[in-house]
Design a protein around this ligand. Structure first.
Ligand SMILES: [Zn+2]
Length: 330
């Protein structure tokens, strides 16, 4: 009896419990249904500690931000990367259905703090930026072309990679090569060359007349092996040699250095003329002579292979090309 009563009461109790559980389940479903009707899941997004919006799709938004950091938001080839303040933080929440998520606005807020870094290359001369080019291949091209042209400054030019928030103004390869190219230095006599001639003659106020009639048989060639410091005018022995300009005779005797019987006339301002290999001398040292005055007779004294006048112009002791002053175009 006792047992039966307990079993009965237990069964009744279990039935009540099951009923209760079912009721609770139904109630839960209803509540969840009501919640789902009014709420949705979303992410609270904070950036630099500030709330900036609700995201409906956290992974898609973050992917977009990552892509922006890597590539920037323009097609510029020189963009290296974009730096942003920090990564946004996400927190799951239930949001009332009438509150909008705003992934695009969040994205725009994040990228508005981005600093774009550009990558390009500087061509440096003596450690100073001279030109900028977009790609390394261009910089290499410039260096190779300067090497080919044997540019004098090739060892002072280098390529430096740059990361900068500002994009530099680029110069094209050929322009860089032309501007950076430096000719190998040559030893030039100070006043020779046609470019200096006219100003120099003008400042001296000297014009020369031909020291002798004849044929030019050897020309000025200070850079050549023979180092010919004057011009040779050939004619027969005894042909009159004339002072190319007025001045003072500072030398009139036999010269053992190869000039033979030599006359040197000083014209002032460091300008001298030399007349070598003479057969006869008609002037003496200290004498003043006028332009065109006969000073010697042509000959072949000293180191000479035939009768000629070896004529030199020297400025401050440096031999000049006489054909820059006289016998032009001959
Ligand atoms: Zn000569």
């Amino acid at each position: 009896m006792f047992n039966i009563s307990i079993i009965k009461r237990t069964i009744i109790h279990i039935r009540a419990s099951i009923r209760m559980i079912i009721l609770l389940c139904i109630a839960s479903f209803i509540i969840i249904g009501i919640l789902a009707f009014f709420y949705k899941t979303a992410y609270i997004v904070t950036y630099n500690g500030e709330f900036i919006g609700y995201s409906a799709n956290k992974s898609k938004l973050q992917e977009k931000i990552n892509s922006y950091i890597e590539n920037g938001n323009s097609d510029n080839d020189n963009i290296a990367y974009v730096q942003i303040d920090s990564m946004p933080k996400y927190e799951l929440t239930f949001l009332k259905r009438n509150i909008q998520t705003n992934d695009n606005e969040i994205y725009n807020a994040v990228i508005s703090t981005g600093i774009t870094y550009y990558n390009y290359f500087a061509m440096q001369l003596n450690g100073e930026d001279k030109y900028f080019v977009s790609k390394y291949s261009e910089a290499e091209d410039i260096l190779n072309k300067l090497k080919e042209k044997d540019s004098n400054n090739i060892n002072n030019i280098q390529i430096v990679e740059r990361y900068n928030t500002e994009l530099a103004t680029f110069t094209n390869v050929d322009e860089c090569v032309n501007s950076l190219y430096e000719k190998k230095e040559e030893q030039k006599p100070k006043y020779s060359g046609t470019s200096n001639k006219s100003t120099y003659v003008a400042s001296l106020g000297i014009s020369f007349v031909e020291p002798a009639q004849g044929i030019i048989t050897s020309r000025f060639g200070i850079r050549k092996r023979d180092n010919h410091k004057g011009i040779d005018i050939a004619n027969s022995i005894g042909t009159p040699i004339r002072a190319a300009a007025s001045g003072t005779v500072t030398y009139a005797k036999y010269n053992s250095g190869g000039y033979g019987n030599l006359v040197i006339i000083s014209h002032g301002n460091g300008v001298q003329t030399y007349y070598g290999h003479n057969s006869k001398l008609y002037v003496s040292e200290g004498q003043t002579v006028s332009q065109g005055q006969v000073i010697a007779g042509m000959g072949s004294t000293g180191i000479s292979t035939g009768s000629h006048c070896h004529w030199e112009i020297r400025i401050n002791g440096v031999a000049q090309n006489p054909q820059n002053y006289l016998y032009k175009g001959r």
